[in-house]
Unconditional design. Structure first.
Length: 285
């Protein structure tokens, strides 16, 4: 299912948080949003999964205006995992995942054998089937994240919207979850902080800064040394992953802001040395 965000803006309390954003995720693509904290990524995603009404602009699913769909129809097409998902009642893991089936059930109907099969499969896919009878509130942060992803998969959506889905996960779990999401067959729109994970798992990246899209395209075209310096304030070297060929980034210890703000010291004399260039100019072949 294709997702089109058209000229979307959000203004709250006189402050424009997102301005005139247009982006597209084609059917089956994994599209990543990257950018500094406070750049507008989560605000944009909240508009896509209807937790926030935009001040202007439209979100379309296969050409249909999302705002015109019923809550049930919207939930059948799109599932979301917010950055901070709150579950205050101590449901079991199985009960939390079963909530993903609600858009497919009649209001008074009990779970069917098919519902139970889909939920069990979702838990198994994220490696959380052993947790089915545990109370959700007893889980670790990483376990909770896996269960919430299972709930989204049990919803069987055509589009997955994920805001920092690797929060609270160790590196092995991060790789597993992003590989799982990428192999789900759904269209995925996700915000990620880890640029190397984004480069490995996303087909396209949109870079958000100051509430606007400042660059977009395949990761190897977008993640240039110049952009990293300008948008993130970091110096980086670009290399190729030896197996996948994906661009990967090796970051210098000092940021460009730190380099500009204070001179470095020569170890031998203690005198100030010239500050290194704010960006690495050697291009990746």
């Amino acid at each position: 299912m294709r997702v089109d965000v058209e000229d979307l803006s959000v203004e709250i309390g006189g402050a424009r948080l997102v301005a005139d954003i247009t982006l597209r995720a084609a059917d089956g693509q994994v599209v990543g949003l990257v950018g500094p904290n406070g750049s507008g990524k989560s605000t944009l995603l909240r508009c896509v999964y209807r937790a926030l009404r935009p001040s202007a602009g439209t979100v379309r699913l296969d050409g249909d205006d999302l705002s015109g769909l019923s809550a049930r129809e919207g939930a059948r097409r799109l599932a979301a995992l917010p950055q901070e998902a709150v579950t205050e009642f101590d449901f079991t893991v199985a009960e939390v995942v079963a909530m993903g089936r609600l858009p497919h059930q009649r209001s008074v109907a009990r779970a069917t054998a098919e519902d139970r099969r889909v939920c069990a499969e979702a838990l198994e896919r994220v490696g959380a089937d052993r947790l089915a009878d545990r109370g959700f509130l007893t889980l670790s942060g990483g376990e909770k994240q896996r269960v919430l992803i299972a709930r989204a998969l049990a919803q069987q959506p055509k589009v997955l919207v994920l805001d920092e889905p690797t929060n609270h996960l160790d590196i092995a779990q991060q790789l597993e979850v992003l590989a799982l999401v990428g192999d789900s067959g759904t269209t995925v729109l996700t915000a990620l902080h880890d640029l190397n994970l984004a480069a490995l798992h996303c087909d396209l990246l949109y870079v958000v800064a100051g509430g606007r899209i400042v660059a977009d395209g395949p990761p190897h075209e977008v993640l240039t040394q110049e952009l990293l310096a300008d948008v993130f304030g970091v110096r980086a070297h670009r290399v190729r992953h030896p197996e996948t060929g994906a661009v990967q980034l090796l970051f210098d210890r000092l940021t460009t802001r730190a380099v500009v703000d204070r001179p470095t010291k020569c170890p031998a004399s203690g005198s100030a040395a010239p500050a290194p260039s704010a960006s690495v100019t050697t291009p990746l072949p």
